[in-house]
Design a protein around this ligand. Structure first.
Ligand SMILES: CSC[C@H]1O[C@H](OP(=O)(O)O)[C@H](O)[C@@H]1O
Length: 356
């Protein structure tokens, strides 16, 4: 079973983190999963920006889609005769959405698309904004399905994979990026075993990824992040499959903290390292990983697990939440436009001749 039509993608539609009802944005609150399924309802753009900062919604494509609907909400407070005057009036709200999180380029990408929609738009500029937000969401879902098949086709039957963070339906418009490859690989009979790292400190793997995979009946096995190198050394894994928050012009890739260590360990053990992300995550304007702003979050995320304090009172903690994996550690970058093997400036340019 090798082609896209052979997978029943509807089976994976149970979890949707983002729902636009025409007036408000409903976000599945990822802070309280997997034990409570609660919605946060945003009726203005500042509420969307706050939800992005607080990780109510998270995952690079999902925050881009949310920001797009945030612009639609901001438009409710604007009187303008055409798109250009609307854009001027919307600038402060769009800036606040942009600043909600710094590392994932999908946020700026989605806001740019919304801004481009307004340039030269006439009296129907509001309708055009809604149409663009809907399109960003729909295109993301289709990109994920395409990437799922492309990534899975690179795997032999019997493959065992390790993934990091959460790149599933929760992080996207649906199906997922790296998790989409895993879903497709299981459906296509290529993947036999799925390990997920717990992803300290926010525990996206432990709280979100294994929850999603368990709902699919894929029997994931959770490991401590610190068990990954041992798993590789003892022959338990063939591919590491990760998402991305920003992919630079030379293939350097920012992703959840801990990804870089996985890539080093994978290289050492001769294991493939696959990055899966839509073109909206590719940033050809950033030459390499040194230029990426790495988000640092509050030390409290590290000093406690949930509401239970685990570190002694008064100690300091440093909490960078992304790292950069150099291109030379990456076997392949899978996008909906195709696969970049052995990423470099030259191979990236072949697939992305224009800035995305
Ligand atoms: C499908 S991209 C998911 C991506 O988002 C994550 O970060 P966060 O949970 O902080 O939003 C992480 O880097 C994942 O790979």
């Amino acid at each position: 079973m090798d082609n896209q039509t052979a997978i029943d993608f509807e089976l994976y539609d149970r979890v949707r983190p983002i729902r636009w009802d025409g007036q408000a944005l409903h976000l599945l609150d990822q802070r309280v999963l997997p034990f409570r399924e609660e919605q946060v309802v945003c009726t203005d753009s500042d509420a969307v920006a706050h939800a992005i900062t607080e990780l109510v919604v998270r995952g690079a494509p999902a925050i881009g889609i949310s920001a797009a609907y945030g612009v639609v909400l901001a438009a409710n407070a604007v009187e303008a005769a055409n798109g250009d005057s609307a854009l001027k009036a919307l600038e402060p709200a769009m800036q606040r959405l942009h600043d909600a999180r710094p590392t994932a380029v999908n946020l700026a990408w989605a806001l740019n698309r919304m801004g481009d929609t307004l340039h030269g738009a006439g009296a129907d500029w509001r309708e055009q904004l809604v149409a663009m937000a809907d399109r960003i969401a729909k295109d993301d879902l289709l990109a994920n399905r395409r990437m799922g098949v492309l990534g899975a086709q690179m795997m032999q039957p019997g493959t065992r994979v390790l993934t990091h963070c959460n790149t599933g339906s929760l992080a996207t418009a649906g199906f997922g990026t790296a998790l989409g490859v895993i879903r497709a690989g299981c459906a296509m009979g290529r993947i036999d075993k799925v390990y997920a790292g717990e992803t300290r400190p926010w525990l996206q793997g432990a709280r979100l990824t294994v929850w999603e995979l368990a709902q699919d009946g894929l029997n994931p096995t959770l490991i401590a992040d610190s068990a990954a190198a041992h798993l590789m050394k003892t022959g338990g894994v063939d591919w590491v499959v990760a998402g991305a928050d920003r992919i630079c012009a030379n293939g350097d890739t920012a992703n959840k903290i801990g990804t870089y260590s996985l890539a080093i360990a994978a290289k050492h053990h001769g294991i493939g390292f696959m990055v899966v992300a839509p073109a909206s995550t590719v940033d050809m304007n950033t030459p390499n990983g040194d230029a990426i702003e790495i988000e640092e979050r509050l030390p409290t995320e590290l000093l406690s697990v949930g509401s239970v304090r685990t570190a002694a009172e008064g100690v300091a903690a440093w909490n960078p939440v992304f790292d950069v994996t150099p291109a030379e550690l990456i076997t392949a970058i899978v996008t909906e436009k195709g696969v970049v093997h052995a990423p470099s400036v030259a191979t990236m340019r072949e697939l992305f001749p224009q800035d995305v």
